[in-house]
Design a protein around this ligand. Sequence first.
Ligand code: PLP
Length: 422
Amino acid sequence: KPALTQIGMQMSNLTGVRAIMKDIVETLQAGNGQEFINLSAGNPLILPEVEQLWRDCTQELLDGSEYGDVVCRYGSSQGYGSLISAIATDFNRRYNLNLTSRNILITPGSQSLYFYAANAFGGYTASGNLKRIVLPLSPDYTGYGGVSLVPESLIAYKPTLDIDAASHQFKYRPDFSQLEITEDTGCVIFSRPCNPTGNVMTDDEVRKIAALAAPYNVPVLIDSAYGPPFPALNFTELTPVFGDNILHCMSLSKAGLPGERIGVAIGDEQIIQVLESFQTNMCIHPSRYGQAIASRAINSGKLADISTAVIRPFYKDKFAVLESTLSQAMSKDLPWLLHRGEGAIFAWLWLKDLPITDWEFYQQLKQVGVIVVPGSTFFPGLQEEWTHKHQCLRISLTASDDEIVTGMQRLAKLTEQIYQLT
Ligand code: PLP
């Protein structure tokens, strides 16, 4: 084995959800004749209308004269010109903006964008000060946990909880009495809608965070991997918020193109330039085939249409199935609370005062053939102990209705047993 540097060790660690995914893959492979209902996946389902859209766009690309230029040549680090102008035109019209091509960067998936930003703005400055990467509302996307080369720069804040015990619902909100954004902040990142919770921070909350960061010129990255206009996986009203220090970040992964790796950053020219240089060093530029078909799907308006007509209702209906099954199957006396389903492709269940840990619950649920993800992996950057961290589960909506119903019935039964035993 080669000797590893500190960064080499850090980056080769299986962090957060990747460790659990390994356990899940091994469970599924071992099988032992047991059939599992797998509600752990973060991979979106392949919806036929969405796949057809990408096939049609590919066909158009193959039939046209552009093909050679797209795949047989290097391009600019900023991204493929056709996609950049498609996004600028679409966003200017849709949101009444004045974007030029200089406000847009295309990256190989949005994960890489968070990696560039976390290391360009977070970590040690030339004079040795530690700039923090602030996650203003924990829990949040587990993938933020590994993006920094200086792990101690990541810091997350506990939320406040809006609880409606009678209807078994709750919602996280940023805790502005605790949140600190100062001259020591390098950047702020959060997902909206949120993976894992399905939370959508309100416009006011977003503006407040951006306003706290503005005096220090701190970039605020709003991860809209599930947001409108594509994949439009918001089930409640969501207005994208733009501003001088806001970097609006998107991904085409949940709009049917995860394999092509397309991320988009929209924001101030100076921020875009920093990230573009990072990208040049890292990978020269993202693959252009996916960008070329994406520009067609955006220009024709079909991607936005399919998002609202197909992708959004598909997952919204799944959430409704999950919520109504839990309401029927779970005892009213148990303190179970489902996070309001405001978007994304997951449900987030809080079992208040759970007598065992989320990890133990996950193990026991596997015994009855259902796989979910223990919630404690979704608190990257939150160092302090908090019992709530060990009382939550992420349940994927990427399964059939029957699987969701059966899975939730088994989960309800197990929950009942566990609370009764103590
Ligand atoms: N952000 C969030 C909130 C996600 O859930 C994901 C993937 O699941 C990503 C970013 C990364 O997506 P990609 O790199 O495919 O754009």
